[in-house]
Design a binder for this molecule. Structure first.
Ligand SMILES: O=C(O)CCC(=O)C(=O)O
Ligand SMILES: [Fe+2]
Length: 290
């Protein structure tokens, strides 16, 4: 059993097909040398200053840094990767007006870290979801190997009953060169690997979820608003500065995108409707038909 491996730049349909089948897929060589060099400069000092995590789930010999999209230009580029967005369009867009960033997190698994418990990520949202509600993309900053903690994944487990846990022979590890990424669906069983080497295994998770869910990481505090103002509009929207129709995420009845764009929040704005077209049509019929 192996994960399918696809070269970056291959039409997204192939990647989506593999994800439908296995629930996880590796996309190879998505970052160029210059991006990897810049990323190294953006993260190395931060990692030195960051203490180890303190929790059984997050690890004790692991370091994590949140809000990466506000801290790294390369992460902003990763967030907008065309293949990644095609994947999210396919799996998430049928069930929301727009999807959003759930969290962006650097995960550095340190020497001696033990294997993380095998889990699915989507029980974060406590309801019986009949479709995928979140998807994670793990970008390799170092080569991922079996020895240094390459992510464990159980291909096909997105189709299993919820209470079925994988046996060891149903699990594969994401082995991939740095600059590649592995995508897994929110329902897929997986976990961080044990690190039996003397060096860190650094990866960056870019997580996306339906636009009407609460984000795991509070994007409005994780990223300084002055930094958000420098983002392209698509990225401002992705981190959450956009109304999800109908009427979720408004500020004084305004779409936050206007406030971010114009730089000032009006003192006395007119409170507006933010509705999908079908609802507007229904309202029009109701009020005009009376
Ligand atoms: O670091 C990894 O490879 C996976 C981590 C993970 O699945 C998690 O923390 O939820
Ligand atoms: Fe996870």
């Amino acid at each position: 059993m192996q994960l399918q491996r696809i070269k970056h730049g291959t039409p997204s349909g192939k990647v989506i097909e593999a994800l439908e089948e296995d629930g996880a897929v590796i996309v190879e060589d998505a970052l160029g040398r210059d991006q990897l060099d810049l990323l190294e400069r953006e993260i190395s000092q931060r990692l030195v200053q960051t203490p180890n995590c303190e929790g059984r789930f997050h690890g004790y010999a692991t370091k994590r840094i949140g809000g990466m999209i506000g801290k790294s230009e390369v992460c902003r580029q990763m967030a907008l990767d065309r293949t990644v967005l095609d994947i999210m369009d396919h799996f998430l867009l049928p069930n929301c007006a727009r999807y959003q960033i759930n969290l962006t997190q650097l995960i550095a698994i340190g020497p001696g870290e033990q294997r993380q418990i095998t889990h699915a990520d989507d029980p974060l949202f406590p309801f019986d979801n009949p479709y995928e509600i979140m998807i994670n993309v793990m970008w390799a900053v170092d080569d991922f190997t079996k020895e240094n903690g390459g992510t464990h994944l159980a291909p096909g487990s997105h189709k299993w009953p919820r209470d079925r846990q994988p046996e060891d022979d149903e699990i594969v590890q994401a082995e991939m060169p740095k600059g590649s990424y592995v995508v897994w669906l929110g329902s897929l069983r997986h976990g961080g690997g044990a690190n039996d080497t003397g060096s860190w295994r650094r990866g960056i998770v870019m997580s996306y979820c339906l636009g009407w869910l609460r984000q795991s990481e509070n994007q409005y505090l994780a990223i300084p608003v002055e930094t958000v103002r420098t983002f392209p509009e698509r990225l401002q929207e992705l981190v959450g500065y956009r109304v999800h129709e109908p009427n979720l995420g408004m500020v004084d009845g305004e779409d936050p995108l206007h406030w971010i764009r114009d730089g000032v929040k009006p003192e006395f704005p007119a409170f507006k409707d933010h509705l999908p077209e079908e609802m507007n049509d229904l309202l029009r019929q109701y009020y005009e038909g009376r």
